[in-house]
Design a protein around this ligand. Structure first.
Ligand code: HXC
Length: 258
């Protein structure tokens, strides 16, 4: 499918979605988020895709929601369109695993988009921030909620109230990103991680993603029960038999998503 603001490539079971508004630091406008939602829905439907990478350019993952698109909107327009609510839900309801590969700026909605992915691999040049406060507003796509769960209240308040940026090293220390790699090797490392995910049984990667995400929505006791029930359910799959047989036979498992 041809898109105008993103570039999608599928190779070796990994779909790479590159945000592509170079003149605007990949600012997220309605058109881009609509195309991203469609591309993720396609990835979920496409049997050739087993993991997704969302990335930007070396200079910017995304510098936030498009300020020029938003600046003249009224409260009524924002409220009635539920501005970016539908797109945010479309991204987070993607069932296949998504890795954010972040180089350069991930600010405002850009940082929030990265946090909607399942984990973040950052180049050592990455900068994360929620500078909406400088615009007379505040985060609107998870910057006060997901960031607080990632890094805790004190650092989330600091980021949100001062608008300061966090570099990659601080982001890793704070638990926002899973690993930091040299910027030049970002895509190589992200692809290698995505290919590792793509090797597994899709049934177990999707179940595992659902269980980790449940940790954000429920109590520990409920989450543990949910996890255990999914774990038990995986014993109904051929892939569980294959995975455990392959271990005993000292060979690589051949998962068939059954
Ligand atoms: C629209 C943007 C943009 C944005 C950059 N540009 N960020 N356009 N929306 N968020 C455009 C600039 O206007 C400029 O276009 C071009 O990209 C290059 O940007 P420069 O500022 O010239 O680059 P530089 O000096 O290198 O600075 C980079 C930057 C800065 C630090 C990333 O651009 C910046 O501070 N951007 C805004 C970051 C921000 O406030 N994000 C939060 C947005 S609100 P022209 O045509 O002028 O050359 C948000 C809310 C989310 O995200 C919630 C939604 C529900």
């Amino acid at each position: 499918m041809a898109y105008e603001t993103i570039i999608v490539e599928v190779e070796d079971h990994v779909a790479t979605i590159k945000l592509n508004r170079p003149d605007a630091m990949n600012a997220l406008n309605s058109h881009l988020l609509g195309e991203l939602s469609d591309a993720l829905a396609d990835a979920d439907q496409n049997d050739k895709v087993r993991c997704v990478i969302i990335t930007g350019s070396p200079k910017a993952f995304a510098a936030g929601a498009d300020i020029k698109e938003m600046s003249e909107k009224s409260y009524v327009e924002m409220f009635l369109s539920d501005f970016f609510g539908r797109e945010g839900n479309a991204i987070t309801s993607t069932r296949k695993p998504i890795i954010a590969a972040v180089s350069g700026y991930a600010l405002g909605g850009g940082c929030e988009l990265a946090m909607m992915c399942d984990f973040i691999i950052a180049g050592d040049n990455a900068k994360f921030g929620q500078p909406e406060i400088n615009l007379g507003v505040m985060p609107g796509l998870g910057g006060t909620q997901r960031l607080t769960r990632f890094v805790g209240k004190s650092k989330a308040m600091d980021m949100n109230l001062t608008g300061r940026f966090m570099d990659a090293e601080e982001a890793e220390r704070a638990g926002l990103v899973s690993r930091v790699v040299p910027a030049k090797k970002l895509m190589e490392e992200a692809r290698s991680a995505a290919e590792k995910v793509a090797e597994k049984s899709l049934i177990s990667t999707i179940a595992c993603k659902e269980a980790v995400n449940r940790a954000y929505e429920t109590t520990l006791a409920e989450g543990l029960l949910y996890e255990r029930r999914l774990f038990h359910a995986l014993f109904a799959t051929e892939d569980q038999k294959e995975g455990m047989a392959a271990f005993s036979e000292k060979r690589t498992a051949q998962f068939r998503d059954r």
